[in-house]
Structure formats: structure tokens, C-alpha cells
Ligand binder design. Sequence first.
Ligand SMILES: [Zn+2]
Ligand SMILES: [Zn+2]
Length: 188
Amino acid sequence: MAVSQQGKSAALEVSLAKIPEEGLAFQAEVSAAYLRLPEVAEVEFPVPVLVRGLLTKVGEQAYFHGVTSGTLAVLCSRCLEVVQSPFSMEMRVIYFPPSAHVQIDGEDGVDADEELDLYSHDGMTLDLRPPVHDIVALALPIQPLCRPDCLGLCQVCGENRNAVACACDAAGDLRFASLQQLRFPKTS
Ligand SMILES: [Zn+2]
Ligand SMILES: [Zn+2]
């Protein structure tokens, strides 16, 4: 039942005229490349990003309430194992007509609990790509961990300490041994 949108350049664009009064169920799968996500080293999207939800229209404003989900493959920042990190982000988006003057800044009365994201449509078409791009960018981990207590790589022998209990820490001999081999030039 997965809908492949490969090759369609306008997978996340919806004509306003096609949104009926009762709303329009929307679903599309897009690639990370299509979303033009920022290039982040060591982050891959092994499966397409799925966007689904309901589009509605009131007057000149359009709304999208839905979910963007997918999977990130990232390297654990400590042990360098690949971590499959599924994400599912709720989206509530308002599209204003191009002429609208949106009063959102300048006042600190904006309710932070209202997690509505504001975008504009061009009068004919709304584009879900900008809000989907923004929400997926939020899902990118800054310092991914395979698990919160990942032990990382041993600094001495390089073993993954989650998998191997190496003896390096207990003794610490190797580190001292290599320190003792350092030769400092004699200055006097
Ligand atoms: Zn790890
Ligand atoms: Zn070790």
C-alpha cells in the first residue's frame, strides 16, 4: 500500500482547489534528497520519509495536521556503531495567503503551547516540503548514542567496550608503558 512518489517533482505540493470542504487525506513518501535536508555527516535515511495527515481549508487559510515519520541511520558518537533511529513527528501547520501579514513576532504574547507552524501558500498551491524539511531537521540528533549508557571505544585497545570487557581500564599499564617510552630531549 506504500505509495511511491519517485520521479514526481511535486510530491508534497497540493493544489488548494483540490482540498474539499470536508478535508483531503494526504499521504506521500519522499526521499531525503527531495526534502533538501542539510548535509549531515554520517546520517542516512534508509527508508523514504512518510508524510500523512489531513489538509483542510477555511477561507484563504489552509491547514495540515499530520505526522512525518521515517528512520535515520546514524553512527553512535561514542562507539561508532550504526544506530537505526525511527522518528515520528506530529505537525500542525497553517498556510496563510501570500498577502497576509502574519503578526507573530514583536509581541511576547505568543502562546508557546500552541505548536502551530506558520507558512504561506502562493494562492494556488501549498507546499508541504518546507514544514516537512523543518521538522525532519529537528529530528536529526546532534550527538547520537546507541544507548544512553554507551561505554564507547576503549581509548587504549580500540575495542567496543559495550561488547568486550577489555582489561585496559583495570591496569592502565599500556598507557603508562607508552608514556615511559616517550623520550624528552635533555635541555641541560
Ligand atoms: Zn554506542
Ligand atoms: Zn581496551
